[in-house]
Design a protein around this ligand. Structure first.
Ligand code: ACO
Length: 429
């Protein structure tokens, strides 16, 4: 039964209905609050605000649960592929053999960029961050599909454009790396599956295909699965907000890339590695660094720790840590940064500062070490996250587009600036 909520603002009384989700989550529906009482809610950072109802991903942060369309992340990571998971997220069910085959064919058909897009890559300076290139190029790619811009075609052409975007984000990402390093572009090969094809475009040389160890390809595929969706995080909310204006799919996804770039979100994986390197350079085993984090004066955070939603453990971090050990063993590599990371984790998890604030390793804590072991350059780490997150953004875009009563996202504010005052001409100031 729905709980009863009442509110009285300045003597104006309102009975507030609640929405109960399929996992029992309660949402207090304040959509009539302003109309009935004149007041609004204030929730900086949206920690208590549900912006939508969604049937894509469920997270229980206290129990460390993450499910895509009802399927547990650990099961998907163990048994699914990134492309099957992408289909699941976007279309809501696990594909049949025929559906998966059609979807894979669509990805292959759309993997090439329009040849004149090469000119856009040429325009970036060598110092350009691949995330800047990625967001700009995703937007640029929309220019080659004018039917994307038309609102009328959004629904009809969606499957085609969704496949195009998933496929092309990988090609754009690989090309942005090649461009940044002054290397010739390597075109995708139709006989390679999604993740292997990406590694091929990243690491092969003309006439010299790179080695594609199945275990390494699989590890990267799992990383993509783990990043594929995470309900209303900063970048996904951004995508939904842009989509609510009926902007096209590519423009909405490009906005997601921009939001993901920041070090408090997808940029954390690169920030973790920088932190570990700094600790190593200082000859510290992590103790000194953690003291600086705790005294807060140095303005340092333990990157890769803490999460807005997970307050017990991040199930993705558990899987990534196992993958990290596996990949290093497979490549017969050891990494002193991994030793520092493990030491940091050990100290932090026994320290009241972190325990009392419910700070645990998140998905980014170990992902950078795997990516580094595979040979992915650090400035590409967040790009890897973006490739993984693309199906989630697309699924959320579709959910916004398919709403029965679409509504543009437009929050309100409590204004705290000056009240009305008269303009003074500059001669009198
Ligand atoms: N290191 C040290 N202290 C931290 C950390 C951290 N990583 N994260 C939070 N805290 C502390 C804060 O200083 C604050 O302490 P206080 O109560 O004494 O003021 C308390 O924990 C609560 O922190 P908030 O910033 O309010 O927590 P919020 O939920 O807003 O932030 C976030 C979540 C941004 C992820 C934060 O934990 C953080 O900055 N982590 C490091 C960056 C990171 O790893 N981001 C990746 C997140 S996962 C993802 O996006 C894929």
């Amino acid at each position: 039964m729905s709980p009863k909520v009442e509110i009285t603002v300045d003597g104006k009384h309102l009975d507030i209905p609640c929405v109960v989700g399929s996992e029992g989550e309660i949402g207090v529906d304040i959509s009539q609050l302003r109309a009935e009482t004149g007041a609004i809610t204030l929730d900086p950072g949206y920690g208590n605000t549900g912006a939508c109802q969604s049937n894509i991903t469920f997270i229980d942060g206290d129990k460390g649960i993450l499910r895509y369309r009802g399927y547990d992340i650990a099961e998907l990571a163990a048994q699914s592929t990134f492309i099957e998971t992408a289909y699941l997220l976007i279309y809501g069910h696990l594909p049949s053999r025929a559906e998966l085959s059609d979807f894979s064919d669509q990805l292959t058909e759309n993997q090439m960029l329009h040849e004149s897009m090469r000119n856009h890559f040429e325009g970036f300076p060598p110092t350009a961050h691949p995330m800047a290139i990625l967001s700009a190029m995703i937007n640029a790619a929309s220019s080659y599909h004018p039917n994307l811009i038309s609102g009328k075609n959004r629904r009809r052409r969606f499957p085609y454009h969704a496949a195009r975007l998933i496929s092309q984000v990988r090609t754009i990402a690989a090309f942005s790396h090649r461009k940044a390093h002054g290397l010739p572009f390597i075109y995708p090969r139709s006989n390679l599956k999604y993740t292997a094809n990406f590694l091929h475009m990243l690491f092969s040389h003309p006439g010299e295909p790179c080695e594609l160890k199945p275990e390494i390809v699989r590890a990267l595929d799992i990383i993509f699965i783990l990043h594929a969706d995470h309900e209303q995080n900063c970048s996904t909310s951004t995508v939904r907000m842009v989509a609510s204006s009926e902007a096209n799919l590519f423009a909405s996804a490009a906005s997601g890339v921009c939001a993901l770039w920041g070090p408090l979100h997808g940029g954390a994986n690169q920030a973790v590695l920088n932190m570990l390197k700094e600790i190593r350079r200082d000859g510290d085993d992590g103790t000194k660094f953690l003291d600086q984090v705790k005294n807060k004066a140095a303005g340092k955070r333990l990157m890769g720790f803490g999460h807005r939603v997970y307050k017990n453990f991040d199930p993705r971090a558990t899987i990534i840590k196992q993958q990290c050990d596996k990949v290093l063993a497979q490549l017969h590599k050891s990494d002193p940064l991994l030793d520092i990371a493990k030491k940091l984790e050990e100290i932090a998890l026994a320290d009241d500062f972190f325990v009392s604030r419910q700070l645990y390793p998140n998905v980014d804590f170990y992902s950078g070490i795997i990516l580094r072991a595979i040979g992915i350059p650090e400035d590409m780490f967040t790009v890897m996250f973006a490739i993984g997150r693309m199906p989630g953004w697309i699924a959320h875009y579709k959910e916004v587009m398919d709403q029965e009563k679409p509504k543009i996202s437009r929050p309100r504010q409590i204004y705290t600036g000056p009240t009305q005052r008269a303009y003074t001409p500059i001669t009198e100031r």
